[in-house]
Structures are given as C-alpha cells and as structure tokens.
Design a protein. Structure first.
Length: 113
C-alpha cells in the first residue's frame, strides 16, 4: 500500500527554507604586517566564503572575471566583475560571498589596519 501524501496533487515541496550545502572558498594568507593583511581567495563554482564581518577597510583586486553574489542581511547583490578590477569597502561590512558561476573565481583582498 502506498503511503499517503498530505500535499495537494501537482505540488512540489518548497525547499527555500532548507539549508544549502555549498563548498567552502579557500583562503591563503600572503602577507601580514603592522599595516596590512593580504589574502588570496579562490571560490570554486558554487562555493561560499561563509558569513563574516570585516574588521578593517579593505581593497579587492579580481584575479578572474565573472559574477559574485554578496548575501547580506538586506538581500542579495549580484555583481559582474572583470579581471584586474579593484574596489574598496569600509570596515563593518557583513556578508557571505558566493560564486554562482561555472568557473573558479579568485581575488586578492588587502585589509588596511
């Protein structure tokens, strides 16, 4: 005897509330001194950095081109980035960065102490 379903016919379950299992980005500390912290980040397709809050102002320099999604407390922001593009953000930014693309995305982050 088949198990009964409480879902109406032609309905699929809503999986929005289910946690996503994403691969983690890889970080490599390149340099740290009294003035800066320089880190290389590599995000395979679908990978995330994990939620974090920046303690310092920082500069990002893209080592590849593609899209990144910043998941924030106020919504998601998708940005198309170019190889060599640089941008800055202030201390206090809190987000999770996700690579929605089909290729690895890499960047160098320079935190200014």
């Amino acid at each position: 005897m088949a198990a009964e379903s409480s879902m109406p016919p032609d309905t699929t379950p809503n999986t929005d509330a289910m946690p996503l299992q994403r691969p983690k980005a890889a970080s490599k500390l390149l340099q740290e001194n009294a003035r800066v912290i320089v880190t290389e980040w590599r995000l395979p397709p679908g990978a995330e950095t994990g939620w974090h809050r920046h303690a310092y102002d920082y500069v990002v320099v893209c080592l590849s081109a593609g899209k990144l999604v910043a998941e924030t407390s106020t919504g998601n922001i998708e940005t198309e980035l170019q190889f060599g593009q640089a941008y800055t953000r202030p201390a206090g930014v809190e987000h999770n960065i996700v690579n929605p693309g089909e290729k690895e995305f890499a960047f160098v982050e320079v935190e200014i102490k």
